[in-house]
Ligand binder design. Sequence first.
Ligand code: FES
Length: 159
Amino acid sequence: MQFVDVCALESIAPGSSRAVRAGDRDVALFNVDGTVHALENACRHAGAALSGGKLCGRVVACPAHGWKYDVTTGALVVAPTLSVARYPVRVVDGRVLVETGGEAGVSRSTASRPPNGLAVQSQPSEAQVSRSTASRPPNGLAVQSQPTSAAARGSSDEH
Ligand code: FES
């Protein structure tokens, strides 16, 4: 394992997040009660930077459409079998070090939004499944996104 020095610990206060670069990876750091967690900095829905999301306890809400992730595991809160990659972190002499080369995680795959307004996660490749620690749900990884205001109105627009 190769840990890369990414920033000073004091640059990420408890309850905050920030984006860093570790090798060739964009990484989101989150400080939860003094413990720093590192995730792939790209939401599985459409790739928004999770480092820009609102952190509440151990959950970050994606700034784009609100998908929520547990930053300690990388798992999507409403569908924990889906996750972003999580990277090992060490703090040495006040510096944050991240290792991006060997941690198991699920690489972001392309999600699409069909005309019915439901976000559907595409089937992961066999390699992605083998790297995941989660099992495949019986519904084939279908995920309900946060309702949009248009979706929330639903049939009320019909006259
Ligand atoms: S890009 Fe994150 S919820 Fe849409």
